[in-house]
Design a protein around this ligand. Structure first.
Ligand SMILES: *[C@@H]1O[C@H](CO)[C@@H](O)[C@H](O)[C@H]1NC(C)=O
Length: 312
């Protein structure tokens, strides 16, 4: 009797484990006003999942430190890694009980980051692009799924239960990503009718995702290629078969990798919405596509104010 139950128990444990992920955000001092706005929403809609911040300079690291104090026990745990100047050689994380522990960074990782220090100030900053997949890999290699968040993808509501719902419907999903019709990259938008957007994207800890990182994503992107372009091109090269329409979760099989593309009702790229708490048509995540308006970097702040998304 007991033996017959074993496979069943193993399945339940597996489902539980794969339903956990780390929320992951990287930012630098140039984006401080945007980051403060992001945090206001995050704090309101705080997810119980662990939060990992990759800060890129002293201003962003100091800000992240303030967040940690404000969040206290709202999240499972929060850790901050200075991804550029990792001079302390360690990463301090605080558990809900307030207990500090030192986390030894992934071997070799520090070295890679350090050699990529860049003074480029355009967006996306080239050091960000290069750091991006390596930081995510760091989480994955600790057997954790990782939800990457852009600093301008604002949590109007907590996404946890909706995301868990997607995973229940697609327990074998490897990647769950926001999607949009933006032309980045245009070739893919023309071909699929949309692109995967990395501003809200869950990479699950699966064998296929690990292989994708090892084979394709950890290679340093070519000049002018963003992490988003790289991901879309890599998946397209594997050959993607998509089903579903734009108002539902689209399901794609790209060379055996199962990708779920979320609809705009989940993560919206609209720039014409005005936030209203009572309006049930508000998306869960607002990630306005300010690139459409030729607003880059921190010049986007005014638009976020006008949309009622950021108050400061
Ligand atoms: C999120 O979950 C709620 C409750 O199940 C549901 O009503 C809503 O439609 C979901 N939203 C999206 C965008 O999936």
């Amino acid at each position: 009797m007991f033996l017959r139950l074993l496979p069943f128990l193993a399945c339940a444990c597996y489902a539980f484990e794969t339903d956990r992920w780390t929320n992951f955000l990287i930012f630098d001092g140039h984006y401080l006003p945007m980051a403060k706005c992001w945090f206001q929403w995050f704090q309101k809609s705080a997810s119980s999942h662990p939060l990992q911040i990759g800060c890129m300079d002293s201003a962003s690291c100091a800000e992240a430190e303030l967040w940690r104090q404000n969040l206290e026990s709202k999240v499972d745990s929060m850790s901050i890694t200075n991804v550029i100047d990792d001079s302390a050689n360690m990463d301090v994380s605080i558990s809900p009980g307030g207990e500090m522990r030192l986390v030894q960074p992934h071997g070799g990782h520090r070295q890679m980051i350090r050699s990529e220090h860049s003074i480029d100030s355009g967006f996306p900053r080239s050091n960000y692009i290069q750091i991006y997949h390596k930081m995510l890999w760091n989480e994955l290699s600790q057997k954790r799924s990782v939800l990457h968040l852009d600093v301008d993808a604002l949590w109007l509501r907590r996404p946890d239960s909706n995301l868990s719902q997607v995973l229940q419907e697609h327990p074998d999903a490897d990647i769950v990503a926001s999607s949009s019709t933006e032309w980045d990259p245009k070739k893919i938008a023309d071909k699929w009718g949309f692109v995967l957007n990395v501003g809200f994207i869950l990479y699950r800890y699966t064998d296929r995702v690990q292989k994708l990182f090892e084979d394709d994503l950890l290679s340093v992107p070519r000049d002018q290629q963003s992490c988003q372009q790289l991901l879309n091109f890599v998946l397209d090269r594997k050959g993607c078969q998509w089903s579903g329409s734009s108002d539902q979760n689209r399901v794609g099989l790209c060379g055996g990798i199962k990708v779920i593309a979320l609809p705009q009702t989940f993560v919206s790229r609209a720039t014409d919405l005005t936030y209203s708490q009572e309006d049930p048509s508000m998306p869960i995540i607002a990630h306005p596509d300010t690139g459409l308006l030729h607003l880059t970097g921190i010049n986007r702040m005014q638009k976020f104010h006008d949309m009622g998304l950021c108050t400061q």
